[in-house]
Write a new protein. Structure first.
Length: 146
């Protein structure tokens, strides 16, 4: 939803470009750009607290799709097969990137869980003489510690 909001800046910007600089509608449209960017900046800060930066930035590419939609709906721009294919490739890239990132995160969490058993289980394993895996060189199970 945040990225749909962000894509509206281009919608307002394109609308502003249709007016002369002295036209009050130019300032109204440009004010829309600034308002949307202000709200988006607050939302973006909250988003990057919760997501890896690489994932957040990869998802910004989805605005290519919204640019296509806004162009057709509001500016009667043509949709060609190449534009649809290009937008589809971008969306597919975002989906693949997000899946890879989620897979990596799950693998890392599994490795963390394997190295940090629940307190009761850890005490039993230690008293039974079970070998505890060691962490060397700042890596766990082949993943760099973040």
């Amino acid at each position: 939803m945040l990225l749909v909001l962000y894509s509206l800046t281009d919608l307002f910007g394109k609308a502003a470009a249709g007016f002369s600089f002295t036209d009050p509608l130019f300032f109204l449209c440009y004010g829309g750009v600034l308002l949307v960017l202000f709200v988006y900046a607050i939302g973006w800060q909250q988003l990057i607290k919760r997501l890896p930066l690489t994932t957040a930035f990869a998802n910004k590419a989805i605005t290519v799709f919204w640019g296509l939609v806004w162009g057709v709906l509001f500016f009667q721009e043509d949709v060609t097969p190449l534009k649809v294919m290009g937008a589809g490739i971008v969306v597919a890239g975002v989906v693949l990137f997000s899946r890879a990132d989620n897979e990596e995160r799950r693998d890392f969490e599994r490795a963390q869980d394997a190295n940090n058993p629940p307190a009761g289980q850890q005490a039993e394993e230690t008293s039974a003489g079970a070998h505890q895996p060691s962490v060397q060189g700042g890596e766990e199970c082949g993943h760099a510690v973040r």
